[in-house]
Design a protein around this ligand. Sequence first.
Ligand SMILES: CC(C)(COP(=O)(O)OP(=O)(O)OC[C@H]1O[C@@H](n2cnc3c(N)ncnc32)[C@H](O)[C@@H]1OP(=O)(O)O)[C@@H](O)C(=O)NCCC(=O)NCCS
Length: 145
Amino acid sequence: MLISRDQVLDQDIGLHGALFGGGMMARMDKVAGITASLMSRNRRFVTLKVSELIFHSPVLPGEIIEFYATITHQGRTSLTIQLEVQVYAPVTDSHRAVTSGAFVMVAVDEAARPEAILWKQEALEEANRAHVDREARQRGQATPG
Ligand SMILES: CC(C)(COP(=O)(O)OP(=O)(O)OC[C@H]1O[C@@H](n2cnc3c(N)ncnc32)[C@H](O)[C@@H]1OP(=O)(O)O)[C@@H](O)C(=O)NCCC(=O)NCCS
């Protein structure tokens, strides 16, 4: 499910002419929090764990990045969100995978203790449909080997 889009500006660039990795991680963490909120009626989520964070390709100034989320695990107080970040080039209508990672988010109460997630079933179904559609589109675009 496409959660958000953003653009990389000159001020976001690190030492090697591309988006600073820490900047990408902060953007992904924010998107993971937004995704958790969209899927539930809980007020607060915190990041518990980030794993398999991979930078596949550098992101250059001016490029538009898209954040796609898939819910890969639904627990009682936690959920795992697989985030895929892609560069989208409007001129050629093409995508390039740039970063991916899995985020475990935990719903917490006012005292920062884990609390049960109040799922929004319709949002979960929409996210699942979007994931299936995207996979089918990607399969359709793949060049037969
Ligand atoms: C997130 C936090 C509230 C969890 O507290 P906790 O006492 O460890 O909570 P629990 O042991 O009850 O686990 C909570 C959930 O996390 C899951 N969990 C715990 N450790 C895990 C791990 N290593 N990997 C995956 N899931 C894990 C548990 O299975 C549980 O999920 P479930 O209810 O869906 O089964 C606490 O660790 C915390 O406050 N961490 C700091 C969060 C933070 O500041 N984030 C910002 C980073 S700068």
